[in-house]
Design a protein around this ligand. Sequence first.
Ligand code: PLP
Length: 282
Amino acid sequence: MRVLAFLDGTLADPDQAHLRVDDLSVLRGDGVFETILVTDGRPRELGPHLDRLARSAAMLDLPEPDRAAWERVVQLVIDNWSGGSEIALKLVYTRGVEGDPNATPTAFALGMEIDEKVKRARAEGIAAVTLERGIGTDLMERAPWLLLGAKSLSYAVNMAAVREAARRGASDVIFTATDGSVLEGPTSAVILVRGRTLYTPPPTIGILPGTTQGDVFRAAERAGWQTVVESFPASELTSADAVFLASSVRKVTRVHTLDGQPLADSTELHAELAKVYDSQYD
Ligand code: PLP
């Protein structure tokens, strides 16, 4: 089951071709996107996702997204969905057609079923590897043209890292900076647990501000946990009580093995935190 709607409110057949071959998203990965989890007809963290879409668009000098139109198209996809109780809803906003001085962004929302692999990872946890990202933690401020912290469509490096993880017998990645600090996953934020405190690195070191991580932290604080947003070295991962990867579609996923070494058994912590997170949406 898939539902495709363009930002102007037109529904379209997702099995047909709609993009021009000279769309700059195709030619250069030039655009931004969001992926939102919809459960039982309710989009999770729609506001923060649309905020981040606007921020990413601004970083790429794209026209400001029409927020009300995006809210309408999200609802249109939801209203036309007849699949399972969860939707992975992708919003795509590209620079449009190459060489056209009057180019307007190409903009659409695509609702998809959740991948079986993702569902398995949510339940069973995953093995991850640490991989170098080659950036310093001060680079974002010095070099805004690198678009660190923008959710751009240029994910080839992120996907290559996941393939490297597969070559090393794992299914996901935790990127590290040149000073050994933990950054993020290719499609997730990193959360480390020590006692009753959750830690995540700050967006200022060149990573995406995670909407799920933010949501988990707020829910956890209400449930009595402490939360800390600060940098930490990758060496902290192996001694933590738990390491989680958080993203909209995977929710909070437990890392059980890192670089081939088993981590502390965090099954119970995971169940507790996943419940705290999910119970807001019951
Ligand atoms: N970091 C990166 C690089 C991502 O691609 C994602 C999501 O795809 C995240 C973090 C987590 O963001 P969110 O929780 O908003 O899905």
